[in-house]
Design a protein around this ligand. Structure first.
Ligand code: HEM
Length: 225
């Protein structure tokens, strides 16, 4: 099949799943910002997106996108290394224009996955999973009290640092990933080559700043209130 047999087909799969994951992140970040304005409103959204059938369907679809994206990432990296043979060790011969992020996408992706494991333990397990198994208290608060979990998690400087490191890795991964996806879709004439680079940087920065804002605001709130 074209999507798995050809190099461009595999890149299309990476790009489509990557863009879909960016759309999820955009929704997730916007939803988190609600907590800064009204914790009651944020908890209402958490309740709406709890363990209802539509939220579970979305979670399964999201997990599938994620798994496909990761499997293809390893597969593409392996094939690229095979194709390049020992050449990949000739560091000094790499073109100067090849950015650091583009050469470290797999490592950056692995840091993103590690952060996600921690994030699931902090939030998903105590919230959606707790609801799925019948509204048990698996954490410190009720399964729909998202605002309390945010306040609790980011009162800890250790979690604040871990989340900020995670977000920096995500920023590097997204800046290159988004731009790279646009190249794969063929939107890469002379003008758009540079334009997509700027758009990717701006979009990834806004996305990551939105997530980081919630972390930092809740940390300072915990110091003063
Ligand atoms: C740093 C600020 C963040 C906060 C405060 C936050 C908060 C939350 C909360 C409260 C939930 C549980 C929602 C529920 O089960 O009702 C959740 C789930 C989730 N978060 Fe985050 N999140 C943050 C960043 C991120 C980032 C950067 C990613 C991805 C790289 C991410 C990916 C996810 C995923 C995949 C889920 C599970 C979604 C689902 O169950 O369908 N989050 N997050």
């Amino acid at each position: 099949m074209w999507l798995s047999n050809s190099s461009i087909g595999r890149k299309v799969v990476m790009s489509v799943t990557g863009v879909a994951l960016i759309l999820f992140l955009t929704f997730h970040m916007s939803m988190n910002l609600v907590a800064l304005f009204s914790e009651d409103a944020y908890n209402m959204v958490c309740e709406f997106l709890g363990a209802n059938w539509y939220a579970l369907v979305a979670t399964v679809a999201l997990a599938a996108l994620f798994v496909i994206h990761i499997i293809y990432a390893f597969w593409l990296t392996m094939l690229n290394r095979k194709a390049r043979g020992s050449e990949r060790y000739a560091v000094s011969e790499k073109p100067k224009t090849v950015e650091w992020a583009s050469q470290n996408m797999l490592v950056l992706g692995l840091v993103v996955i590690l952060g996600l494991v921690l994030h699931f333990a902090n939030f998903w397990y105590k919230m959606q999973f707790a609801e799925i198994i019948g509204d048990h208290y698996l954490g410190e608060f009720g399964p729909t009290d998202g605002a309390a979990y945010i306040a609790y998690t980011f009162a800890s400087p250790v979690y604040v640092i871990l989340y900020l490191v995670w977000l920096v890795a995500l920023w590097f991964h997204l800046t290159h990933g988004f731009w790279s996806a646009m190249q794969t879709f063929g939107w890469n004439n002379k003008i758009w080559f540079e334009r997509w680079k700027v758009i990717s940087n701006v979009y990834a920065t806004l996305l990551v700043l939105g997530f980081a804002l919630v972390v930092v605001v809740y940390f300072f709130k915990s110091l003063c209130c």
